[in-house]
Design a protein around this ligand. Structure first.
Ligand code: FAD
Length: 562
């Protein structure tokens, strides 16, 4: 009989709520569920929200009775906010978080590199926002409750998965003892130590780095703006790296590398932590400033992924699927992209608008994304924490040259998490005009947002489902309208937006004026009649200089394989 902790976790800034456990005796016998999600972290909750947007109900199991232990992920990217806008929580995050865009690298007390993350007037969200993971999870939980389609079961630990041909049989331990569940599909979003991954005997592929980092959240009053501070080789921690980030509610994260050979237990001794944090505060000129520890943990960088995220009836997402270094804020930010991708593709399979091969595409696209991230994050990690004498020699040469030589400074670039472009996706249309466009988002690219007014952006008008953006002020050809209707009759969610007109357009669900031609310019549209097809995760899967019914039909068939 499983007994999750009922003691609220301690925190200086966040009040943990202990939720009531879900008990089998209080519920009627269980039917088979289309989707069960193991894990109510960022990956599990956003998958549930994406499924709900597509009308698919899910059961979400959470072993714990409380949200994230400690702040964990604190930096969220623009693409994450765009994804979270779709599921209705970006507004709350922006209202509560701290936006930022600059990072500073400091070597032996001298600032050697300052980088500003790109931002233009067409972006609704800034490049980065700091907020603790507990708040994010709260907002996601509220959004799940509002859908009426997410059955969240606190204190339910998934202990066994038995794969059958057409479903998974799940054994779940609860405070009343075990019960069973049947699911057509199980989403394994049970985090970095995924018991489902272990039970299925799956091995992560890639590298683990030896260096350990302490993550300490402290309450302190420091007069610095919200920017990334990276200290290389300071006097108190020679050869090692320290990161500092401001969080809401007067909290700062101090993230410091340990000397080789030190164990996590030694590193987390209160005296050791106090001495090191005091030393770092002295480095920034704040020796003696009072502070209190809120939460600490030890972290090692890993660049690991499963080679396939679909194993029978089990679909992996988030940390259960891959473990990525936090340098470049990759863990949670990648989990959101997994969840968004999985949500719409799984919904299409559940609703039978596509066959199960679409899930193989989910795996191919997201494993590809993880491998790209691993490649990039590996570079940052080798710079932050050189794994061998050779890498250390090179890194140290860059550090000392950077004191006097401008040309080496860009090597400090922190390579922040960015959305993966599904350039070679099987869902991209083979016979469209992608290659004939001279610019604009091409096959597989995430969408290009465009400002339409003071508080009005193109992506604000993109909801759930596929979106056909047609650059026209005249009625859509009858054949195109018929293809759209036929797709909808099959259950495919498809909206048509006419862009560049102040008047309604026959065959379009909505219209956008684009008075200054900005959307047309960003999408590199040369003439009336061009069109883009966006998948439900907003990535481009087809574009045409001139749209016709047959080619639209072909693009939809490619994006939703039978
Ligand atoms: C110490 C630390 C610091 C971090 N700092 C950062 C950072 O600064 N930036 C960043 O981007 N990322 C950071 N991360 C990573 C980030 O927190 C994760 O990438 C993110 O939480 C992944 O989300 P997830 O939903 O995949 O997994 P998790 O958030 O781990 O969620 C897993 C969920 O599954 C539940 N669960 C587990 N097993 C079972 C089971 N058998 N049955 C039912 N439920 C189960 C858990 O209770 C939890 O709700 C950090 C992680 C750690 C551990």
């Amino acid at each position: 009989m499983y007994q999750p902790s009922t003691t609220p976790r301690p925190s200086l800034y966040y009040r943990y709520q202990v939720h009531a456990p879900w008990l089998p005796s209080a519920h009627p016998p269980q039917p088979r569920h289309p989707v069960v999600i193991a894990g109510a972290g960022p990956a599990g909750l956003v998958t549930a929200l994406e499924l709900a947007r597509h009308g698919v109900a899910s059961v979400v199991l959470n072993a714990e009775l409380q949200v994230s232990a400690g702040s964990r992920a604190i930096v969220f990217t623009r693409r994450t906010l765009e994804i979270l806008q779709q599921v209705g929580v970006a507004g709350r995050l922006v209202a509560a978080g701290l936006p930022w865009r600059c990072g500073n690298s400091i070597y032996r007390g001298q600032q050697v590199f300052r980088m500003e993350a790109p931002h233009d007037d067409d972006d609704r969200f800034g490049p980065m926002l700091n907020i603790q993971q507990q708040f994010l999870e709260d907002y996601l939980l509220d959004a799940c409750a509002a859908t009426g389609l997410v059955d969240l079961r606190w204190g339910n630990l998934l202990v066994q998965v038995d794969q059958r041909d057409d479903h998974a049989l799940l054994t779940v331990d609860t405070p009343e003892g075990p019960c069973t569940l049947q699911a057509d599909w199980l989403v394994a979003a049970d985090g970095g130590r995924s018991a489902i991954r272990s039970q299925l005997g799956l091995k992560l592929e890639g590298a683990s780095f030896e260096s350990l980092f302490v993550i300490a959240d402290i309450r302190i009053d420091l007069p610095y703006p919200t920017e990334r501070l990276a200290f290389f080789d300071p006097d108190w921690n020679r050869g090692n790296t320290i990161l500092m980030h401001r969080e809401p509610h007067g909290i700062w994260r101090v993230d410091y590398q340990l000397p080789p050979g030190e164990t996590p237990e030694q590193a987390l001794q209160p005296d050791s932590m106090r001495a090191r944090i005091d030393a770092q505060l002295a480095t920034i000129g704040h020796a003696g400033t009072p502070w209190q520890l809120d939460w600490s943990s030890v972290y090692s960088a890993r660049t690991l992924t499963l080679p396939d995220y679909v194993v029978g009836r089990v679909l992996f997402a988030g940390d259960a699927a891959h473990l990525l270094p936090i340098f470049g804020v990759r863990g949670a930010n990648t989990a959101f992209q997994d969840a968004q991708a999985l949500g719409w593709q799984l919904a299409a399979v559940v609703r039978s608008t596509a066959g199960p091969s679409l899930l193989a595409n989910y795996s191919a696209e997201r494993v590809g994304a993880a491998r790209e991230i691993i490649d990039e994050a590996g570079k940052s990690t080798r710079f932050m924490a050189p794994p061998s004498r050779g890498f250390r020699l090179l890194r140290d040469a860059v550090l000392s040259l950077s004191l006097t030589q401008d040309f080496v400074r860009p090597l400090y670039h922190w390579r922040t998490s960015r959305p993966h472009a599904y350039t070679r996706s099987a869902l991209n249309c083979a016979h469209d005009d992608d290659a004939r466009f001279t610019a604009g988002p091409g096959h597989g690219a995430p969408p290009q947002n465009v400002r339409l007014g003071a508080e009005d952006f193109l992506l604000d008008h993109i909801g759930a489902g596929f979106h056909l953006l047609v650059f026209t002020s005249t009625a859509l050809p009858a054949g195109v309208q018929q293809v759209v209707q036929a797709a909808r009759q099959r259950g495919v969610p498809l909206q048509v937006l006419a862009i560049g007109t102040a008047q309604p357009v026959a065959g379009a669900d909505a219209h956008l004026p684009d008075a200054d031609g900005r959307v047309r310019q960003r999408y590199a549209v040369p003439a009336d009649g061009a069109a883009y097809l966006l998948r439900p995760d907003q990535h481009v899967c087809a574009r045409w200089l001139v749209l016709d019914a047959d080619r639209l039909q072909a693009a939809l068939a490619t994006a939703l394989p039978a």
